[in-house]
Design a protein around this ligand. Sequence first.
Ligand code: HEM
Length: 404
Amino acid sequence: MAEPTVWEQVLDPAHRADPYPLYAELRRTPVSRQADGSYLVSTYPEVLALLHDPRLSSDPSHNPQFAAAMAEQPEDRPPSFLLMDPPEHDRQRRLAMRHFGPPQAPRRVAGMEPRMLEIVTGLIDEMAGKTRIDVVDELAYPFPVSVICELLGVPVEDRPRFRKWVDMALEAINPGVDPQVQQQKREEAGNELFNFISELVERHRQAPGDDLLSAMAADDGPEGRLSTEQLASTGLLLLIAGHETTVNLISNGVLTLLRHPDVLERLRRDPDLVIPMTEELLRYEPPVHFIPIRTALDDIEAAGTTIPAGSPVTLLLAAANRDPQHVAEPDRFIPDRPDNQHLGFGSGIHLCFGAPLARLETQVALTEFARRFRNPRLAEDPPPYRPSPILRGPRHLAVDVDAG
Ligand code: HEM
C-alpha cells in the first residue's frame, strides 16, 4: 500500500491532536497539487492574497466535486451567502449585518454582555462541589448555543431537536467521506433543519420579537427584504456558524491555559489580558483550520505555481497562522503578542460575520473560568477530539478541580 500523503495524514483522525508538524511540512510547498486535481495553499501571504482574490469563488456550483449536488438542490432551498459570490453575497450579507451590529444595531452584541455573564455564572454554579468537570459539555457547548438561540429567537425547548441534525450536516462536509454518503447526510440533515428554521421564520413574521430573525424578517430598508427562503438559509447559517466554532475557541482556550499555568495565573491577576489572549488563541489554536470549498474561476498564479481554472482550492488558515515567514516564534503561545495578524476569522469579503460576538463570548468564558475554578488541571492530555479536521476542537475536556 502507498504511504499516505501529508494531506491524507492531516485528514486522518490519528493526527487531530497535533496537526502542526504536518502543516510545517505542507508549507515547504506553499501551493501544492493533490492527486485529485485540487490545490492546497498553506503559507500566509498566499492564503491572504487568495482570500482577497475575486477569481476564487465560494460558489460550490463552480466546483467539479460539488456541482452535481448543487444542480439537484431544490429551488426553495437556496444556499446561504457563505456559499455565494458578489454581487448577491454582498447584498444578503448587508441585509443580515445591518441588524447585527453598528451603525444600525450598535447594542445587539455589546448589549448581551451582562446576559452572557449570567449564563456562564449559572453554568459554573451548576458545577459546584464537583471535582471533575467536562469543559465541553458543561460550559463551552451550552454557553454559545444559549447565546445564539437567544440572539436569533430560537425557543429554549427547540434546542435539543437541532443538535443531532447539526452534527449530521457537519459530518457531511468532512473531506475524505464518500461523496454519496456526504450527499445523503447533507440532504437528510438539510431537510430537517430547513423545515425547522422555515417554521420559525414564519412564527417570527407573525409575532415579531426583539430578536435578530424578527428584525431581518421585518426589514423595510432600501435594499428590500430577504425572501422567506433566503431568510431561512441565513438563519440556519447563523445558527450553525454561531456556535460550532465558538465551542472550539472556548475549549481550545481552556486547554491552552491549562497547558500554560503561568498564563492562567497572569489572567487571574490581570483579567484584561483576555483581550489580546483571545487573538493569540485564534492564531495558535484556531477553531476553523481550513476553508475547503473554493474554486479557481481563472488560471491563478500563486508562489510560482499556476492553479488552473476550474480547480478546487483549499486554504489552510491554521498553517498560515504559524508561517515562520510571517510571525516570530510561531509555535509559542504568547498571550500578549504584539501586532497579531491572524487568519482565524478568515479575511476579505467573507470575513467572519460573527467575530465580535465570538470574541466577547470567549472573553467572558475564559475570564470566568480563570476566576472561579480552584487549581484546575487537565485529567487527560491530549483530550479526545471531534472528528472534523476543519472545525477542530476537543470532543470532551476532562478537568480536575478542587471542590469549592
Ligand atoms: C470563534 C468563533 C468563530 C470562528 C473561528 C469563525 C470563523 C469564520 C471564518 C474563518 C469564516 C470565513 C469563511 C470563508 O471565508 O469562507 C467565517 C464566516 C462566517 N461566520 Fe464565523 N466564526 C466564528 C463565529 C461565528 C459566529 C458567532 C457567527 C454568527 C453569529 C458566525 C457567522 C459567520 C458567517 C455568517 C460567516 C459567513 C460570512 C460571509 O460569507 O460573508 N461566525 N467565520
